[in-house]
Design a protein around this ligand. Structure first.
Ligand code: NAP
Length: 268
């Protein structure tokens, strides 16, 4: 039996176990997906232990995504992003990957959004913002990064090809969005309260708007975007496709996307 899992703290409300186990059922794989909450001081030992026990693959979430970089052979994209969310134990040594970036791209493409040559605005420059900004830039988009702490946006823009850094002032966002095709919210705004990092007046019908927030599924930003006729992509699509990418890497099989999506949404 293959064992997969999630390293994080807390992981009690994670949607990954049902989503991945739905895929095992569909693929006829004898496998389990287990959650682990190691002490932060024990993260390296936890990864060594997982390898010794023959675990096939682990996802990694807050607060371990950065720490794990030092414990595995991280690939080039995960190294640039500075975070690992997927560990693959199927090779000689554990390798680290970041599937949030491709997860966001696949979520957009699934909604017929062209990311190549797109003019994108990424709001947020934390872990999700870094992944999305590198993913979009690698796919050929021009990326404007806007963040509450403006210096973090400038620092990230200096690392990402074809990127500029900005603050979150309404005038600046409105100017950036007037020419944009794609907007991604990669902040946590909209999760705790019915709030949005982007004023509704700055949105328009030519935009595709992806919100990384998936609890709630329908955020104020997505409601505002739908209100002006924009294409909307909720955060569950990004969550789905980061999981799809991890599963495909671990198993070498095509993931049963529909079954995973159905189960994920049933648990939200
Ligand atoms: P993080 O590293 O802590 O970064 C948080 C970001 O949100 C920073 O850019 C921060 O700006 C900004 N922010 C926080 N509160 C704000 C406020 N009141 N006003 C404006 N900006 C604010 O978190 P993360 O890991 O990037 O996660 C961000 C969100 O993405 C979370 O909701 C998470 O659940 C979601 N996410 C979703 C997926 C998915 O698959 N759908 C994957 C990863 C993350 P400062 O730099 O100024 O603090």
């Amino acid at each position: 039996m293959d064992v997969f899992g999630l390293l994080g703290n807390p992981v009690g409300h994670s949607l990954s176990p049902p989503m991945h186990e739905a895929a095992y059922d569909e693929l006829g794989l004898e496998a389990r997906y287990v959650t682990f909450e190691p002490d932060p001081a024990d993260i390296a030992a936890a990864i060594d232990g997982a390898e010794a026990l023959g675990i096939t693959g682990l996802n990694v979430t807050i607060p371990f995504k950065q720490d794990v970089l030092e414990c595995v052979e991280a690939d080039e994209l995960a190294t640039r992003i500075g975070a690992v969310n997927t560990i693959d134990f199927t090779g000689e040594t554990p390798t680290g990957h970041n599937t949030d970036a491709i997860g966001a791209l696949r979520a957009l493409r699934d909604h017929d959004v062209t990311v190549e040559d797109a003019r994108a605005v990424v709001v947020g420059a934390g872990g999700a913002g870094r992944a999305v900004a590198f993913g979009l830039a690698d796919a050929g988009a021009t990326v404007a990064i806007a963040n509450r702490t403006e210096s973090t946006a400038h620092d990230l823009a200096a690392e990402v090809p074809n990127a500029t850094g900005h603050g979150l002032e309404t005038d600046e966002l409105t100017d950036l969005l007037a020419d944009a095709d794609v907007l991604v919210n990669a902040t946590s705004v909209g999760m705790e309260e019915d709030a949005t990092p982007v004023p509704a007046e700055a949105l328009h019908g030519e935009l595709a708007v992806l919100d990384a927030v998936y609890r709630p599924l329908e955020t104020r930003l997505l409601r505002d975007a739908a209100g002006v006729g924009a294409t909307t992509v909720d955060g569950a699509w990004m969550l789905l496709y980061q999981g799809v990418e991890a599963l495909e890497r671990w198993t070498g099989r095509d993931a049963p996307v529909d079954a995973m999506n159905e189960t994920l949404r049933a648990h939200l």
